[in-house]
Design a protein around this ligand. Structure first.
Ligand code: NAP
Length: 249
């Protein structure tokens, strides 16, 4: 029996790719396509078992509240999550313990590997900074992927008691050193012609290492989206990051 999937943001760039990808499988079925202005009641009348949300940071929480509290698993690609939002989602899940929620800042399998490699490498380098580059229609900065990479790097460095990174800056034009998550600086570029790209630059005395991932086309996210839809029902509670659904050991 196929898994019944509703796509939210179905007319958007990622949502429409997801509809195509799901429709091309034999074990998943698109039962609802919702966009701005559509009633969430369609999720219930369509019998959706999983929603895929690629909407907008301002819209996603309302969608998740409705889906989780109506017993529907959620796969979330929309970015812009902070600790407060995650705490809220966990409280909805606590009231619905059989429901799974995956929040994936990046569905690109290559991007997930890039994040893992960067976190591993960061234990061995004095300095590490992130440059993320995206199309100019992107609403949030830094990207969810960059924020997640920074968190993984901070965790990895804390685990080996790595010292704070060297930085002699004493005078600065606001923003010149980018945003900072933990000890990691993130620089966001918004440029026509780009899709989604990220470079993690690591440096120590006498050598640098660059780990770069380029999303050339949105179809590259689809194997990760399909993997998430297939696994979310088997993983109750909140999962943050697609790496948790991948066998990376
Ligand atoms: P997009 O092309 O603007 O698509 C978003 C779609 O959602 C639009 O059709 C929009 O309608 C619709 N929408 C807005 N509010 C809605 C609501 N309340 N209910 C239902 N639909 C709603 O954006 P995108 O490039 O597909 O990106 C969508 C999100 O995914 C962004 O947060 C982006 O950062 C993220 N993203 C994540 C990944 C990942 O791998 N995790 C990859 C790429 C993008 P209108 O146009 O009428 O507003």
């Amino acid at each position: 029996m196929s898994i019944k999937v509703a796509v939210l943001g179905a007319k958007g760039r990622m949502g429409s790719e997801s509809v195509k990808a799901i429709s091309g499988t034999s074990d998943l079925e698109v039962v609802a396509q919702l966009d701005l202005g559509d009633s969430l009641e369609k999720l219930i009348s369509s019998g959706a078992q999983v929603i895929v949300d690629f909407t907008h940071p301002d819209a996603v929480m309302g969608n998740l509240d409705f889906a989780i509290n109506n017993g529907i698993n959620v796969v979330v690609g929309t970015t812009g999550f902070d600790e407060k939002k995650l705490v809220q989602i966990k409280s909805w899940l606590a009231a619905n313990p059989k429901i799974g929620a995956l929040i994936a800042p990046n569905f690109g399998l290559g991007a997930v590997l890039m994040m893992q490699f960067a976190a591993q490498a960061s234990k061995y380098f004095e300095s590490v900074e992130i440059v993320e580059l995206h199309h100019p229609a992107k609403a949030d900065a830094p990207s969810g992927t960059a924020a997640r990479t920074a968190e993984l790097i901070n965790e990895a460095r804390a685990s080996v008691k790595k010292a704070t990174m060297p930085d002699a800056t004493t005078s600065e034009l606001a923003g010149a050193r980018g945003a900072k998550i933990g000890d990691v600086h993130i620089h966001s570029v918004r440029l026509r012609g780009l899709v989604a790209h990220q470079e993690v630059i690591l440096g120590d005395i006498g050598e640098t290492l660059s780990i770069r991932h380029d999303s050339i086309d949105r179809t590259g996210f689809m194997p990760g989206v399909l993997l998430a839809i297939r696994k979310v029902g088997e993983n109750p509670g909140l999962t943050f990051g697609l790496e948790n659904y991948m066998d990376l050991n």
